[in-house]
Design a protein around this ligand. Structure first.
Ligand SMILES: [Zn+2]
Length: 213
């Protein structure tokens, strides 16, 4: 197997988001737009338009919403290096979750949720910050550009064949496209393009180093 391609170090975050850009409430996709009537992710047959019709929000509106949106952080019961991150209460997006994987070679955030605020950044900073973001497929792209900007423009890895679904401009973005079926990111984390929901749907695998005898 080839050498790991990711050499970044953990970055502490400082909230840097596009608070007035539209986010589809149904799927969590953020657009480079402030005036939209339809969402191309929801219009696609792999998603759906809610019976109540398409609606949009922004990070600014979500932060002031009486629902008190916030992110929850839940350590994995089997592996303390893994933390699950979700939006609470549910209702923004399709129930996406992100997973923070702590490794000796930097923290990797697998997949994303649309919401982000100061408290969430503070909690991730306490976990060491982020060195990279990796996203499985377009239904989890959500607010990828804001997440990357917040953590000092850490690279966002995603499969090249799905890049037309990014929905935010690549200008000033640090996106690195995966083109191989297997791409070792750090010594124990590998991205695999396997196909599925989208042509380049990806998985992330982790191998735990054997304990020293
Ligand atoms: Zn949508």
């Amino acid at each position: 197997m080839s050498s790991p391609i990711h050499t970044g170090t953990n970055q502490q975050g400082s909230l840097r988001t596009s608070d007035d850009l539209l986010i589809c409430l149904a799927c969590g996709t953020q657009y480079d737009e402030q005036n939209l009537t339809s969402c191309r992710i929801c219009d696609d047959p792999r998603q759906y338009i809610p019976p109540t019709g398409q609606s949009f929000t922004t990070l600014s509106k979500l932060r002031s919403d009486p629902a008190n949106y916030h992110l929850t952080f839940t350590p994995d019961e089997q592996d303390s290096s893994i933390t699950s991150i979700k939006i609470d209460p549910p209702g923004v997006g399709i129930g996406q979750r992100a997973i923070l994987i702590s490794t000796p070679h930097g923290n990797i955030l697998w997949d994303l949720v649309a919401y982000l605020d100061e408290d969430a950044v503070s909690q991730i900073n306490k976990l060491g910050g982020l060195s990279a973001i990796v996203i499985s497929h377009p239904h989890f792209y959500t607010t990828w550009k804001d997440w990357s900007a917040t953590f000092n423009n850490v690279p966002v890895y995603l499969a090249e064949p799905d890049k037309s679904w990014l929905n935010r401009s690549l200008t000033d973005a640090n996106v690195r496209f995966l083109t191989e079926r297997h791409t070792p990111l750090v010594p124990d984390v590998t991205a695999i393009i396997c196909g599925g929901h989208f042509p380049a749907y990806s998985m992330l695998t982790r191998s735990t180093p054997s304990p020293t005898p």
